[in-house]
Design a protein around this ligand. Structure first.
Ligand code: ATP
Length: 359
């Protein structure tokens, strides 16, 4: 697929004492028709990057092109992008239909075309029946739909979304996540979505850029980000992870041989760039491990808390090397509890399932 937005060595420093490096040399290629997410903790620079694409901020250095055209030479209103903000910024005394048509009227579109587009957009976000309601008198979720319809109405090539779901309650947010994904697929518009919510990013995105402290740490599809985190920050930020001290013995392509603190040697996935021999960290997801009799485990320890969650149970194990380890096992109604707090247990995981991390 062709590249929609190309971000090259983009940098933003806000003046001050000391200056704030909000974005340090970011490079990303966002493809046409892609649902691309910028994910990271508060203050990592996601909004700054989005605002530079929109044209509300000017970069300190670097380049930004869309379909080969230099975006930095264009003022915000001439860029083929539109933005949906966290605060929907609707006109409360205008109706749903009027809010959607407002921007089209500003663009000087013919009346008949505006009417047709407004109808299309209201159908797209399932708000046709509320066309004549003032937006001050509809729910938060409905306002969100109108804000989306309004942003999609001029048919931008790229839609920028800055935490658009964060004001919604949990259930509505889940529904809107699916809705947004549907809208993106139906319209074929490239979405650049900003969130600090890892689950939101994993469920909606084609690809994710994980950011930290102004830097892009990893770009990949949700599976790559979750299963093959490139480094400790990514493994820690996305989902729950156990970190085990280990020694790297050798790497052959994507496979590493490591020695655990118990002395046992196993295969693991190697970090992309090929790690140096010596001390490394092995990341193992709780759901990829199991507990069993001490003699059968890769690592031995003492079982601490056992927490029942309905669908699964979390076993907290204090390993012999002093590391804490959590095992998450699915519950089956026909299984009887085998272990309880205080028992000696073994922790096991399949060869190749752990990921060797760059420290
Ligand atoms: P959040 O999720 O909290 O919105 P973010 O990842 O979007 O965070 P940014 O808003 O891009 O982060 O901010 C990145 C850094 O730049 C932060 O340290 C922030 O304090 C700083 N910053 C943002 N805007 C300005 C500004 N106008 N002047 C000075 N510093 C700023």
């Amino acid at each position: 697929m062709a590249t929609a937005i190309s971000v090259r060595n983009l940098r933003k420093v806000y003046p001050g004492q000391p200056p704030v490096v909000a974005l340090a040399d970011a490079s990303i290629d966002i493809k046409d028709n892609e649902f691309f997410t910028l994910l990271g903790p508060s203050g990592c620079g996601k909004t700054t990057l989005l605002r530079m694409i929109a044209g509300f901020e000017h970069p300190t250095a670097g380049s930004l092109t869309m379909h080969g055209e230099n975006l930095l030479e264009l003022p915000p209103y001439k860029r083929p992008v539109n933005t949906v903000f966290q605060s929907y910024a609707l006109f409360p005394h205008l109706t749903v239909a009027q809010n959607i048509s407002f921007g089209l009227e500003m663009l000087g579109k013919p009346k008949a075309e505006i009417r047709q587009t407004v109808d299309e957009m209201m159908a797209l976000v399932k708000m046709t029946e509320m066309a004549d309601r003032q937006t001050g008198q509809i729910s938060g979720g409905q306002q969100q739909r109108v804000a989306l319809a309004r942003a999609l109405a001029p048919k931008p090539r790229v839609l920028l979304l800055d935490e658009p779901l964060s004001a919604l309650d949990f259930k509505l947010r889940k529904d809107m996540q699916l809705e947004l994904k549907r809208l993106q697929m139906e319209t074929g518009i490239t979405f650049v979505f900003v969130t600090h919510d890892q689950e939101e990013a994993l469920t909606m995105s084609d690809r994710i850029a994980v950011m930290n402290a102004g830097e892009i740490r990893q770009i990949g599809n949700p599976r790559q980000i979750y299963d093959q985190p490139a480094e400790r920050f990514v493994a820690d930020f996305i989902g729950d992870t156990n970190f085990l001290p280990a020694e790297l013995i050798e790497t052959a392509g994507q496979t590493a041989t490591i020695r655990l603190s118990s002395g046992k040697q196993i295969a693991a996935r190697a970090a992309e760039s090929g790690s140096q021999k010596g001390k490394v960290t092995l990341a193992v997801r709780p759901e990829h491990a199991s507990i069993g009799p001490e003699a059968e485990g890769l690592l031995a320890g003492t079982l601490g808390e056992v927490v029942y969650f309905g669908t699964d149970t979390h076993y907290h194990v204090a390993l012999e090397d002093g590391t804490g380890f959590v095992v998450r096992q699915q519950n089956r109604p026909d299984a009887t509890a085998q272990f309880s707090s205080g028992d000696r247990v073994g922790v096991h995981f399949a060869p190749g399932i752990g990921q060797v991390l760059k420290d």
